[in-house]
Design a protein around this ligand. Structure first.
Ligand code: PBG
Length: 336
């Protein structure tokens, strides 16, 4: 009497069989490439903590955007490093500001590329926090709140104002990243009032207060000058709270959702995917990139394999879109 042999390994015998049964395959269509833009001309200033990435000026970023589009990557995410910072981050809602200028130039040169504008104040404020700070002497000072607290509603209103400026300059998608309460309805209301009801909102719905953002703060020159972002970004221990944050953003009218960072929060990505039907992005953040780069430089790890494995895992967990500093490399690697 012979028994049927149960052998999952049968399906792993050859590359052909493995390709046939592969459940998740990365596509260029899923990727979003972040870009850092600063004033000047002909600028390409390497970001030391993120090998392979540079701060670019408007002219050089246009060339970079062209090469991203040529690779079949559908979208870029813009970050600006303003010439000047102030208490309220007014560079963020200046129509001549760095991101509006870049958005306009990219839209003109590469109209098919989707432009996402990261809508946060930390790059624009002198104190490096993601909005207006409660300080005695400022017009919005609230004596009932502790000093140094990030003022929610003032910040929400300024986000709405900035979103209109960025959308008018050519941004297709506004991506608020400050974890401010009511930011989605605030931005939606401001956009609609300005006649921009077709501008998409991608909410950084569950954004954690993460040490993995370390290298980014170098890239965007935006470290907080005091404290950390724990009063507005989420605590890494919380999962149920992420679902609450996401549910609120869905109610407020978000068109797309995001979880950030990615690899350390795959459970959150999977839960959000299970419970909500909006398109979901995950942000593979600077620290996730730089750790691998550093280990690869030492010869301890195979960058290409680790990057593709991480990206595939993020897609497998449920992300439809992935923001990644490996976007261009990943497409080249996928092509073999
Ligand atoms: C702005 C912002 C940050 C990142 C994206 N948008 C930094 C932060 O919240 O401190 C991090 C991205 C990365 O690490 O790659 N608030």
């Amino acid at each position: 009497m012979s028994f049927p042999t149960i052998r999952p390994r049968r399906l792993r015998q050859t590359e052909g069989l493995r390709r046939m049964v592969r459940e998740t395959t990365l596509r260029a269509d899923q990727l979003i490439a972040p870009l850092f833009i600063r004033h000047g001309a002909g600028v390409s200033k390497p970001i030391l903590s993120m090998p392979g990435h540079s701060q670019l000026s408007v002219d050089t970023v246009v060339r970079e955007a062209e090469s991203i589009a040529e690779l079949g990557i559908p979208a870029v995410l813009l970050f600006g490093i303003p010439a000047q910072k102030d208490e309220i981050g007014s560079g963020n809602f200046d129509p001549e500001g760095i991101v509006p200028r870049a958005a306009y130039a990219i839209k003109k040169a590469v109209p098919e590329l989707v432009i996402i504008s990261d809508m946060c104040f930390c790059e624009y404020t002198s104190h490096g926090h993601c909005g207006v700070i409660n300080t005695p002497g400022t017009p919005d000072y609230d004596e009932h709140l502790c000093e140094g607290y990030l003022l929610n509603d003032v910040t929400r209103d300024l986000l709405g104002k900035s979103a209109v400026v960025h959308a008018q300059a050519g941004a297709d998608i506004i991506a608020p990243s400050g974890m401010i309460d009511g930011m989605i309805s605030g931005i939606r209301g401001a956009l609609d009032t300005a006649g921009l009801s077709n501008t998409v909102i991608m909410s950084y719905a569950a954004k954690y207060s993460s040490a993995f953002y370390g290298p980014f703060r170098d890239a965007a020159e935006s470290p907080p000058s005091f404290g950390d972002r724990g009063q507005y970004q989420m605590d890494p221990g919380n999962a149920r709270e992420a679902l609450r944050e996401v549910a609120l953003d869905v109610e407020e009218g978000a068109d797309m959702l995001m979880v950030k960072p990615a690899l350390a929060y795959l459970d959150i990505i999977a839960k959000v995917r299970e419970q909500f039907n909006l398109p979901l992005a995950a942000y593979q953040v600077s620290g996730e990139y730089s750790m691998v780069k550093a280990a690869a430089e030492k010869g301890w790890i195979d960058e290409r394999r680790v990057a593709l494995e991480s990206l595939t895992s993020i897609a497998r967990a449920g992300a439809d879109m992935i923001i990644t500093y490996w976007a261009k490399d990943a497409v080249r690697w996928m092509r073999g």
